[in-house]
Design a binder for this molecule. Sequence first.
Ligand SMILES: Nc1ncnc2c1ncn2[C@@H]1O[C@H](COP(=O)(O)OP(=O)(O)O)[C@@H](O)[C@H]1O
Ligand SMILES: O=P(O)(O)O[C@H]1O[C@H](CO)[C@@H](O[C@H]2O[C@H](CO)[C@@H](O)[C@H](O)[C@H]2O)[C@H](O)[C@H]1O
Length: 461
Amino acid sequence: MSEAVALLPEWLRHQHWFTGGRTGSLGVRPVAATLLHDGEPRVWHLLAEVTHDDGVDVYQMPLSVHSQRSDRLDHVHLGHTHDGHVYDALHDKEATAILLDHFADDAPRVDGLRFHVKADVKVPYGEPSLVLPGEHHNTSLAYGDAALLKVFRRVHPGLNPDVELHEALSEAGCTLVAPLLGWIDGDWSDGDDDGTVSGSLAMLRGFLTTASDGWALATASVRDLYAEGDLHADEVGGDFAAESYRLGMATARVHETLAEVLPTGTMATSDLHTLADAMTGRLENAVAAVPELEPFAAGLRAHYDVLRERHDPVTVQRIHGSYHLGQVLRTVLGWKLIDFEGELMAPVAERRAMHSPVRDVAQMLRSFDYAARHLLVADHPPEDPAHDQLAYRAQEWSQRNGEAFCNGYASASQLDPRDEPDLLAAYETDTAVYEVVFEARRRPSWLPIPLAAVERLAQPR
Ligand SMILES: Nc1ncnc2c1ncn2[C@@H]1O[C@H](COP(=O)(O)OP(=O)(O)O)[C@@H](O)[C@H]1O
Ligand SMILES: O=P(O)(O)O[C@H]1O[C@H](CO)[C@@H](O[C@H]2O[C@H](CO)[C@@H](O)[C@H](O)[C@H]2O)[C@H](O)[C@H]1O
């Protein structure tokens, strides 16, 4: 095993799901290694502590070891050891079949790993797996069109909010998420003090066969609008407002169920001060990281100060936490919400914190703005003669769909998010500031999208 571990640092730095610093050297130390299958291939379930430029995290990296090199797996070949050729097991259909088989009642028990199946669930044993394409933070395996196993790559002690909220919603009979079928949790040794911690490792949920990603659908509508420069959003073929309305309804219903089955609370004046302080702190860090924010900082801070002056308490509950058009899937049976993990880079306690549901609404409004403006950034920079007119149309699209979303939300809820303009503006500002930092680091060419929002939000109201 130690020879295989030596291969990990170089491989890891090239994986999209590795979110740590990549420039310096990486230290990899196993914190749990379980032999899932002692045959051909040999399959190891490995959890390893990774020390990188920005800190220390634990990653899940199942490995398969074949005695012969396999051309089919060349793209996930880590290297060769005395035991054989080492591969990323999640891309190896023989290994993923072994992994799925461990959900069976009669599967051999393995130390430190627990496989749970919900009652009356038919696990699709024997179906070959396929890794979902795309640059994701985790690795999701589709087993035929029956189930999706999301294997968390960076793992934390405790219950992952994705498992927690899928479980709560599935148990409540909510059909606006894919049903939870099962999950895996496990133990690993904890850093310096020789203790053991446990946490969620993977989640098995129903596969939504007819799903289209909300971002793809929304941006197709925007493309249609841009192609018809003289028409308004309500006049072009791909108008999205009816979908936005339905999405608002689905969002409100999920919020309602979460409030029914999980704890709720209120944020009193002191909590609102704490919230405003946290937002201000994030703004200060963001200004330090992205100096383009500086001219707008005072205007943005004003939205947080309003929270400090508020006397009415705010009702809070569990929410999605990282809500955008890429987190919703349109199926023939309507919209479904996915990925309740929250903001991945935030500590788990923060990701499980209660907030006003207005926060999810504010984040989705930001996503409409992104969908409307992303083509502008890519194809029509400010020097393009078409820019101003298209920017106006983009603003109209975003406004129209944001209104439709809020109308849909209000139709299915006691709460019309627009009745909370201060809260909405504060959460929208906090999200836009987060996005500025995210884009500066990950997609600098998209930085103008949240910066335009920051400029608008910084204007005195
Ligand atoms: N239940 C499902 N059925 C079909 N496809 C799904 C389902 N859940 C997620 N997906 C697809 O998998 C992708 C990744 O899922 P997600 O939970 O967001 O993982 P990650 O956190 O790794 O991005 C989604 O963007 C979506 O396209
Ligand atoms: O998908 P995650 O939950 O990991 O979220 C991260 O990545 C998102 C991009 O994929 C990023 O979202 C931003 O870009 C989206 C378009 O690509 C847009 O719809 C969102 O509104 C915008 O925030 C998200 O911020 C980041 O945390």
